[in-house]
Ligand binder design. Structure first.
Ligand SMILES: NC(=O)c1ccc[n+]([C@@H]2O[C@H](COP(=O)([O-])OP(=O)(O)OC[C@H]3O[C@@H](n4cnc5c(N)ncnc54)[C@H](O)[C@@H]3O)[C@@H](O)[C@H]2O)c1
Length: 254
C-alpha cells in the first residue's frame, strides 16, 4: 500500500481525501493547523520547511502521492493569508516533496477552484504570484477583494501546475489539479453566513446546472482517481468537479 501526504487534513475536502485513502489501506500523513499528524501553520515559511523535512524523514523511500489541500476562503479578514496559504505554501510544498515523489513515480493533485475561471480576477496579482513575488502579493492583498485574491490565487496555481507539469512528468511525477465548485464544508458554511459574501455565494449555488453543490466525498473520489494508476496517462490536467458550472459559464473557452 502507498504512502501519501494531505494538507488541510483536519476538515472538509482534505479530511475526506485522507479518509478515502485510508479506507483503501494507504498510510496518510495529515498536515494542518490542528488535530492531525503534523501541526503547522502553512502561512509561515519556516513551518512549511519544517513540515517538508518532517515528511521526508518519515518517508525516506519516497511518496506515492501528495494533495496540498489546505486553504482559506474569501471571508477571511486576514487577506494576506489567502496568497500565503493557498498559493505560496502549495508551490513550496510541491517543490519540497518533488524528490520524494520522484522516488516512487508518484503524483500530486493540487486543489484549485472553478472560481479561477468563473470569477473576475486581477491579472497583475496573478502574475505577481507566478513571479514568486511574496512581498508584492502580500501588499496587493490589502487592496483587492477576497474574491479577486481567492480566484486569482487559484488561477495562478492552475497555471503554475500546467507550466511545471512537463518537467515533472519527464521526471516521472504526474501533476494535476482539481477545480472544485461549491462544496459543503466549514469554509463554505462560514462564507454563507458572512453578510458581505453570503448572498452572492447563495445565488452562485442556485445556478449550478446539476442543481446541487458537491460534498467533500465527491472531491475525494476525483482526487483518488487522479492519484491512482487509472490516471497513469493524465498529467497537467485540471479536472472540474463543479456540477457543470465552468462549462455553463464559458462553453466556448476551450
Ligand atoms: N469548499 C469549496 O466549495 C471549495 C471550492 C473550491 C476549492 N476549495 C478548496 O478546497 C480546499 C479545502 O477547502 P475546504 O472547503 O475543505 O475547507 P475547510 O475549511 O473545511 O478545510 C480547510 C483546511 O485547511 C486548513 N488550513 C487553513 N489555513 C491553514 C494554515 N495556515 N496552515 C495549515 N492548515 C490550514 C484548515 O485548518 C482546514 O482544516 C481549499 O484549498 C479550498 O480553497 C474549496
Amino acid at each position: 500500500m502507498g504512502e501519501f501526504v494531505v494538507t488541510g487534513a483536519a476538515s472538509g475536502i482534505g479530511r475526506a481525501i485522507k479518509s478515502a485513502l485510508e479506507i483503501e489501506g494507504h498510510v496518510v500523513i495529515g498536515v494542518d493547523l490542528h488535530d492531525t499528524d503534523i501541526c503547522a501553520d502553512l502561512s509561515n515559511n519556516d513551518e512549511v520547511e519544517r513540515s517538508i523535512q518532517t515528511i521526508r524523514s518519515h518517508c525516506p523511500d519516497g511518496l506515492d502521492g501528495f494533495v496540498p489541500c489546505a486553504g482559506t476562503g474569501v471571508e477571511n479578514p486576514n487577506k494576506k493569508l489567502i496568497p500565503l496559504v493557498n498559493y505560496f505554501a502549495v508551490v513550496e510544498m510541491v517543490e519540497g516533496l518533488m524528490p520524494s515523489l520522484q522516488l516512487r513515480r508518484g503524483a500530486a493533485v493540487l486543489v484549485c477552484s472553478n472560481s479561477a475561471t468563473v470569477q473576475g480576477h486581477d491579472e497583475g496579482y496573478v502574475q505577481c504570484l507566478l513571479d514568486n513575488d511574496r512581498d508584492k502579493a502580500v501588499e496587493l492583498a490589502e487592496s483587492l477583494t477576497g474574491f479577486q485574491l481567492y480566484g486569482g490565487g487559484k488561477l495562478a496555481l492552475a497555471r503554475w501546475m500546467r507550466k511545471r507539469s512537463t518537467s515533472a512528468a519527464q521526471a516521472g511525477v504526474r501533476l494535476n489539479a482539481l477545480a472544485p465548485g461549491y462544496t459543503q464544508t466549514a469554509m463554505t458554511e462560514s462564507g454563507m453566513k458572512d453578510p458581505v459574501v453570503g448572498p452572492s455565494m447563495e445565488a452562485f449555488v442556485k445556478s449550478i446546472p446539476l442543481g446541487t453543490g458537491a460534498q467533500p466525498e465527491d472531491q475525494a473520489n476525483a482526487a483518488l482517481f487522479l492519484l491512482s494508476d487509472k490516471a497513469s496517462q493524465i498529467a497537467g490536467s485540471v479536472l472540474f468537479v463543479d456540477g457543470g458550472h465552468d462549462a455553463m459559464f464559458r462553453p466556448d473557452n476551450f
